[in-house]
Every structure is written in C-alpha cells, then in structure tokens.
Write a protein that binds this ligand. Sequence first.
Ligand code: ATP
Ligand code: MG
Length: 345
Amino acid sequence: MAKLEVKNLSMSYDGKNKILEDLSLSIQDGELVSILGPSGCGKTTTLRIIAGLLKQTDGEIIVGEKNISNLPVHKREFGMVFQSYALFPHLSVFNNVAFGLKMRKLDKKQIQEKVENVLSVTGLSDLAKRFPAELSGGQQQRVSLARALVINPQVLLLDEPLSNLDAKLRVEMREEIRRLQQELKMTAIFVTHDQEECFAISDKVAVMNRGRVEQFDTPQAIYQEPKTLFVAKFIGFENFIKVVGYDGEAYLTESNIKLAAQAKENTRYLTIRPRQIKIIETANDSENVVKGRIINRTYLGNSYRYTVKTSLGVLKVDDFEHDVLSRDEDVILELAVKNLLPLEN
Ligand SMILES: Nc1ncnc2c1ncn2[C@@H]1O[C@H](COP(=O)(O)OP(=O)(O)OP(=O)(O)O)[C@@H](O)[C@H]1O
Ligand SMILES: [Mg+2]
C-alpha cells in the first residue's frame, strides 16, 4: 500500500467546459479518504482519472515516489469497485474473483490459494460455486469487492459501491468495508454523496463542488467547522445570516444588527445549528439576542423544531427544554458567540 497524491488535476471532456479544476488530494498510506459531493460535481471523473481509465487535461498522480500520470490502467495495480457491480454473469463467484489473476497469468495453484483466501475474508466461501444471478445485491457487492481485493491492489477505489443496497445493508456493508480496509491496511478512496456514510467510515473527507475541493479535513472538523457556505449547506446546516462588514468586534448583518462571532477573513455568512439557538426567558445584556415570533412548529421526536421569524431573517430552532410553544408566540433567542460559525462564500 502506498501514499497517493493527486496534484492540480484539471479535466475537460470537450476542451471547453472544465469538469475538474486544480484538484489536489493527499492520501496517506493506509488511509481511507472519501470524496463527498452532489451529483455531477466530478467524483466519478476524478476516480476514473486516478484509475487510469480517463486521461486528465492537466495535473499529476503520484503513488509512493512514482509519477504514474502516464501509466496505462493495467499497470497501475489499483482495485476498483463500481456502482454497478459489473460481474460477469456467465462466471461463478470463484471465477469472477479469479478473473484478474488469470489475466495476470498466475499459475493454477496460486490462483486457487489467493481466491480462497479473499473469499474467506469477504465471507463468500460458501457461495463460490454460485452465479451472480443466484446472489442477493449485498452478496454481489461482496463479490465485486473480493474481485478488487484479490489482486492485492496498491490502492482501492470505490465509486458509490453501496448505492444499490437497502438502508440496513448499506450500514452493514460500509462497516465491513471499513473493517477490511483497516485489516489489510489499504489506501482507499470512497466516493459517495451520502454524508452520514462517509463520516462513518473515513479518516478524511474531501467535499467537492463543481470540480473543486472546497474542504479537505477529518469528518469531525468538517462537521464542527465547515469553511464555506456550500460545505455547511451540504452537511445540513440550515440557518444562514448574511454579513456585510466587520467593525473589529462584531459582524454587521444585512439587517443592520450586530452579531459578535469569531473573526475570520472573507466571512460572508454566519451559521448556527438549530439546537444551538437557545430560547431564553428574558432579554439579558449578553450578546447576540434577538426577538422573534414562531411561525411554524414540527415535532421531531426528542425536540420541537420551531420556525421563528426574526429581524435577522427566518431561523430554525430546535428546543427540547421548554414546554411546547405555539404558533404566533413571541420568543427571545440567543445565538451564543461560540456556536456562531463564520463561513466563506
Ligand atoms: N464522457 C463524458 N463526456 C462529457 N461529459 C461528461 C462525461 N462524463 C461525465 N461528464 C460530465 O462531467 C460532469 C461530472 O461528471 P461525474 O460523472 O464525474 O459526476 P459525479 O460527481 O460522479 O456525479 P454522480 O454523483 O451523479 O455520479 C457532469 O457534468 C457530467 O455530465
Ligand atoms: Mg458518479
């Protein structure tokens, strides 16, 4: 396994539209990095370039110390799992997994050994003689994973491998992929548009938007401190307050209200999670208090979600401490400085 570096990738399919722009990622030996982003942002394109199935317009791929930017796909020794499992329907599980080894002209005994080993690791030993049509989706997915693992790849590339599975199986399989990746100490890239999935299994996450990486960080850092409006929206923040200036102590909002928050360069918005906005009894002198009126209420199970109209705009507030409040009630909200995050555009 090896360290993988993607340096300043650019890609255009037609010479005009840039699909990837100056995209860089650095993946340490044995790390699992996810690429997270909406449909069409360039995730599959990035993965196919890394695998050597597509040629970049610009930029480099480095594995270990070696520049592999111009190596053909079969010389890269990467394992790839596609969204559609792409199994050979006329071959048994054993032969699907053995295929890559036969292509590499290994002798029969070696093939037998390696395939048996990987079938055992992926829990498929009992299904070796079956054909793809006789397997469940989850089992097919395992075969596809086994097929990628059997060549002992330098890097494992997974493109939305769980998207055809139901919710429960997805969770099981993602844990299994993580377990295998850690056990075999593999360097891996996992593409998904599912935030929970990628936070659950990744060492680091690259959040992509329109062919660029907006933030590359640990899941915890991205969750707690998204850097940009796009990242914050993508991971589920809902309250955004536009700011127009900073006076050295507080941000001036569009509605002319001042809000104290951590000072950061290029701040265009402030954001706060609904459960971090507090409903308080009386306005105090503490900073960042705003009055509002409840315009909607929904029940979330362990809290109530209020939609509150304030002079800062409409804010979502989750409350689980107070008695239930009604529509049209007036409330006072506190947006504590420590919970108010500055965002770039
Ligand atoms: N062969 C191609 N020729 C021209 N444009 C393409 C080609 N393949 C992809 N694109 C375009 O490149 C952009 C990125 O596509 P890509 O498949 O990388 O997105 P993605 O992030 O994987 O999306 P999804 O989540 O839907 O799989 C899209 O606008 C897509 O239409
Ligand atoms: Mg894709």
